[in-house]
Design a protein around this ligand. Structure first.
Ligand code: HEM
Length: 403
């Protein structure tokens, strides 16, 4: 649906339609090909915003210091959800110098040394979960018995969320990440999460452990981070660590199982796995709708369009990953593809802080499944798999498999 405007191009209505499997959302797909910088109106918020879909344009906008996240705070910008997922103050909604300071605090946690140690721990947990799943026998819901629990354990380990509290965290995640959660409900859940992390940080300030919350609590004691920043950052890490990884890896496994020829070749040469994971990250449309906008601090030219100072701009990374100017036959999965780096983890200053972690988790999970379950297959025909709708991240409701 489009509607003409008196003062410029048409505004495209971008509804949240239920999508199955790896079906690409038709609105951004069409705009990528027909109107790569377009005006869109999303289901919530007010007015309209720009949507940028081409690879080079997306890179330009996300690397441009004139595009602000801090200016999105408190503005009713047209959006996918009635409430903003990330509370103000966290990395996602800060500009330099605050953003730079916060990312520096996170850097050691997600750095190479910590990741190497965490990989060994992840491999052990994956081995244990795979054994348990195998012993229980087929069929099983792999998202429930293997992928979800692994993602939860890893992020809890990193942050320092005690195992006994994981149920609560899981409950918040489920409530927050639904599109039909009202603004009031969303605010009340965020308040609960914020209270939880504020308490945890207080405990860790007195009894520090080897985890991120302890590091952030220590930084707060010396004025390196404020309490709202600490809480907001912890919330963002928890939501991404649990939900993004669970949904994307489950979708990756689905994609592998519906491409048995390519998967067979991969199984025979697991050295190709890192490249295959990158192709899966490029190919999997990770989310329903679009994430957080940016606001132009001054007039900015992009793709032949002038974005005026004060206007909101969304980039859509999954569309950039399907740009035919960059990828040959972009809508086709090619596990051996060796083209431009994908933008699934974003680009520029707000590039995903957990990218190395997510990639490591995906590699460990896929390697474990491919080696321990040589006969792995979907237990239902692909078109019988139910997909999450009304959620931020896309993924299967359940992933029934057999072997
Ligand atoms: C496969 C899984 C994941 C994908 C596809 C993904 C993707 C993304 C994307 C597209 C962004 C936004 C970039 C932007 O704002 O322009 C982002 C930001 C972020 N992600 Fe991830 N992410 C994943 C997993 C994780 C994990 C496991 C964590 C940490 C536990 C994490 C932490 C973050 C943080 C903190 C930010 C905000 C960074 C900033 O604004 O400076 N992500 N991620």
């Amino acid at each position: 649906m489009t509607s003409p405007r008196h003062d410029g191009p048409v505004v495209h209505d971008w509804a949240v339609v239920p999508l199955a499997g790896t079906d690409f959302d038709p609105v951004p797909h069409r705009l990528l090909h027909e109107e790569p910088v377009a005006r869109v109106r999303l289901p919530h918020g007010e007015g309209h915003a720009w949507l940028v879909t081409r690879y080079e344009d997306v890179k330009q906008i996300t690397a441009d210091p004139r595009m602000s996240r801090a200016l999105t705070v408190g503005r009713p910008i047209t959006s996918m959800t009635p409430h903003t997922l990330a509370p103000p103050g966290g990395v996602g909604r800060a500009d330099p110098p605050d953003h730079t300071r916060l990312r520096k605090l996170l850097a050691p946690t997600f750095g190479r040394r910590r990741m190497t140690a965490l990989r060994a721990h992840t491999e052990r947990t994956a081995g244990m979960l795979a054994r348990r799943t195998h012993d229980a026998g087929p069929p099983t819901d792999l998202a429930e018995t293997f992928i979800g629990p692994l993602a939860t354990t890893v992020v809890a380990e990193l942050l320092g969320v005690p195992a006994a509290d994981l149920g609560r965290v899981e409950h918040w995640r489920a409530r927050l990440l639904r599109h039909d959660t009202t603004a009031t409900e969303g605010e009340s859940v965020k308040k609960e999460i914020a209270g939880y992390f504020a308490d945890l940080a207080r405990q860790r300030a007195d009894y520090p452990a080897d985890d991120l919350i302890s590091e952030l609590a220590a930084a707060r004691a010396t004025g390196g981070i404020s309490t709202p920043e600490l809480v907001s950052t912890a919330v963002m890490l928890t939501l991404n660590g649990l939900d993004a990884v669970r949904n994307i890896v489950a979708t990756m496994v689905y994609v592998l199982l519906v491409h048995p020829d390519q998967t067979g070749k991969l199984r025979g040469d697991l050295d190709r796995l890192p490249r295959a994971v990158d192709e899966l990250l490029r190919f999997v449309p990770q989310r329903n709708g679009v994430g957080m906008p940016r606001v132009a601090t001054t007039d900015v030219e992009v793709g032949g369009v002038t974005v005026r100072a004060g206007e909101a701009v969304y980039v859509f990374y999954p569309a950039a990953n399907r740009d035919p100017a960059v990828y040959t036959d972009p809508d086709r999965l090619d596990l051996g593809r060796d083209e431009a780096p994908h933008l699934a983890f974003g680009h520029g200053a707000h590039y995903c802080a957990g990218a190395q972690l997510a990639r490591m988790e995906a590699e460990v999970m896929l390697a474990t499944l491919l080696t321990r379950f040589p006969g792995l297959a979907l237990a239902e025909p692909p078109d019988r798999i139910a997909w999450r709708t009304g959620t931020v991240n896309r993924g299967p409701e359940t992933l029934p498999v057999t072997w």
